[in-house]
Design a protein. Structure first.
Length: 211
């Protein structure tokens, strides 16, 4: 896997971190498939509806190929420190904002949220550059999240598993190409699809660096 993503953005990933990302991504893809198998998809999740034919075509090997990206394929509002402040009660809000649900409220979804939140907490405390690139976490969010204890962080996952969302939901082309490439097998098409995510990461990094 490449260690430099181009445009001056480095992955800063140690090799031992990549299997965890692939495991999380694989579990998330399984949850997306579960949603795609339902009779209807919520109106607020047009990406899943659009990807349904491809999701339902993925066999176990294809799911593994789709999951093997050097970044997380899901987001939990890691760029939004206000969400994590709200969860601590520091933000002045009367009720929970209407965050869209993606991960179903099922044991698998809650278990994945616990794992991802704990992983994010660990990176926020010890590998912030990795958290920025792999998870899209802002510096402000890392400050807030690192102020939690691990138990508090995992408790959030119990209450808010619905925070997990597909990353880049407005970039359906990236998702289509990733799933199409995974169905075809390892090759240039799949690598280009992975690199499209890398390009989105580079764009995010440039935007966050702007004053």
């Amino acid at each position: 896997m490449q260690r430099n993503m181009g445009n001056g953005v480095g992955l800063w990933l140690r090799p031992e971190l990549l299997p965890s990302l692939a495991e999380f991504n694989g579990q998330f893809i399984e949850l997306l498939i579960l949603q795609a198998m339902t009779a209807s998809t919520p109106a607020e999740q047009p990406l899943i509806a659009e990807l349904r034919p491809l999701l339902l075509k993925l066999d176990p090997a294809a799911r593994g190929r789709a999951a093997a990206c050097p970044y997380l394929l899901m987001d939990a509002g890691f760029a939004d420190p206000q969400r994590w402040l709200w969860a601590r009660g520091y933000a002045v809000r009367d009720s929970q904002p209407p965050w869209q649900a993606s991960v179903p409220n099922c044991p698998q979804g809650i278990a994945l949220a616990r794992q991802v939140f704990a992983y994010a907490w660990h990176l926020a405390r010890s590998h912030r550059k990795v958290a920025r690139v792999a998870l899209g976490m802002s510096t402000a969010t890392a400050e807030v999240l690192s102020s939690y204890t691990l138990v508090q962080t995992m408790g959030l996952a119990e209450v808010h598993p619905h925070w997990l969302q597909p990353r880049w939901p407005r970039h359906a082309r990236m998702w289509r190409e990733l799933l199409q490439g995974a169905c075809r097998g390892e090759g240039a098409f799949l690598e280009q699809a992975r690199l499209r995510g890398v390009q989105l990461l580079a764009t995010e990094a440039r935007s966050s660096a702007m004053p």
